[in-house]
Ligand binder design. Structure first.
Ligand code: NAD
Ligand code: IPM
Ligand code: MN
Length: 347
């Protein structure tokens, strides 16, 4: 029997709840399938850990973390530790340290979800650059001035745009849209556009276009049905995917796969949402974003049957409509939602 070793970073706030429930779902899937199991290694790295140890993870954290088949992360960040510290010292170093340069974020309206938009045809992916750009962490600040740098390299820009086109090709998708802002960001986004033009020239069969990020945000709302693959820098992809998940009714729904396509490091899977301090400890977080992230992890591990089983279970529970968490209009708790998904898996 195959044994997948999964490193868990529950993190803070509702991250702890959704990862706990995620493990229950994974064990149910393994039981149902019968051909594999999971061994979990839980790492306590979080804001609580920071307050005890003065750091978010141990010095050799990345080598501890690398020793597994895949990583599941809840969310990191909690009042008491500045957000730029908790993320700078944990989440971002994992993404860059493991060169997880692709951040795949599917946005799809599952049956049973109520979109706040009029047009319900929502099914696209955002391919977010995940290793550089606006999140490179470089800059300086004194009492009067702050300078925040963005680094766009040819290597980094080319590989993410190429990945978006290859993804479209692999999945028979006909159009790739690039998020830009080259009218105002006169170095970084001019460079991004130039490389987008170079790469798209090699994919004559795929329609492609670019749109300034402000106009694109409007386009998400007005014409979601026209979106197929959107490729975006680190910051733009971040913003567009909270927007995308909100178009499904809640930011608690959408998942995120941090991937090194060359397979040099394990992938890290997480919901797109944060630790939600406003509802932490209430037991009402929507765990679907995490379950969907687990579905992406299973595909990465080539357990397609189990991935399909989990997706169908989530769809069945939503379509049934009896067990719905408060963020999407119901009264169910996180655990009740998990119980329902597990029951659907086992059915
Ligand atoms: P957030 O995503 O935590 O919350 C935004 C709003 O959405 C809140 O009202 C919250 O209650 C709601 N929400 C989020 N997830 C939900 C879920 N699963 N079910 C129901 N409601 C949900 O964003 P924020 O408030 O900007 O950030 C809070 C903290 O999380 C900060 O410390 C931030 O830095 C951190 N953060 C971490 C990650 C991560 O670790 N990947 C991502 C985003 C934000
Ligand atoms: C996300 C989060 C992170 C990001 C933050 C918390 C650094 O918002 O995963 O979308 O911007 O990448
Ligand atoms: Mn985000």
């Amino acid at each position: 029997m195959k044994n997948y070793r999964i490193n868990l970073i529950p993190g803070d706030g509702i991250g702890v709840d959704v990862v706990r429930e995620g493990c229950r779902v994974m064990n149910a899937l393994a039981e149902k399938h019968g051909g594999f199991k999971f061994t979990f290694n839980e790492l306590p790295w979080s804001c609580k850990y920071y307050l005890e140890h003065g750091r978010m993870m141990p010095e050799d954290g990345l080598s501890i973390l690398a020793d597994c088949d895949s990583i599941l992360l809840g969310a990191v960040g909690f009042p008491g530790v500045p957000d730029h510290v908790s993320l700078r010292d944990l989440l971002l170093p994992i993404r860059t340290g493991f060169d997880l340069y692709v951040n795949m974020r599917p946005i799809r309206l599952l049956p049973g979800l109520n979109s706040p938009l009029k047009d319900n045809r929502i099914n696209f992916v955002v391919v977010r650059e995940n290793s550089e750009g606006e999140y490179c962490g470089k800059g300086r600040m004194d009492a009067d001035t702050a300078v925040q740098e963005s680094i766009f390299t040819r290597k980094g820009t080319e590989r993410i745009i190429r990945y978006a086109f290859e993804y479209a090709k692999r999945n028979n998708l006909g159009n790739v849209l690039s998020a830009t802002k080259s009218n105002a960001l006169n170095y970084s986004m001019v460079f991004w556009d130039k490389i987008f033009d170079e790469v798209r020239a090699k994919y004559a069969d795929i329609k492609s276009a670019q749109m300034h990020i402000d106009a694109l945000a409007g386009y998400f709302i007005m014409h979601p049905e026209r979106l197929e693959v959107v490729v975006a820098s680190n910051l733009f992809g971040d913003i567009l995917t909270d927007l995308g998940s909100a178009m499904l009714g809640s930011i608690g729904i959408s998942p995120s796969g941090n991937i090194n396509p060359e397979g040099k490091y394990p992938g890290m899977f997480e919901p797109i949402h944060g630790s939600a301090p406003d509802i932490a400890g209430k037991g009402i977080a929507n765990p679907l974003g995490t379950f969907w992230a687990i579905q992406m992890m299973l595909e990465e591990l080539r357990e397609n049957e189990a991935a399909g089983c989990l997706m169908k279970a989530m769809e069945d529970v939503l379509a049934d409509g009896r067990i719905i968490t408060p963020d999407i209009g119901g009264k169910a708790t996180t655990t009740e939602m998990t119980d329902a998904v597990i029951a659907a898996i086992m059915a």
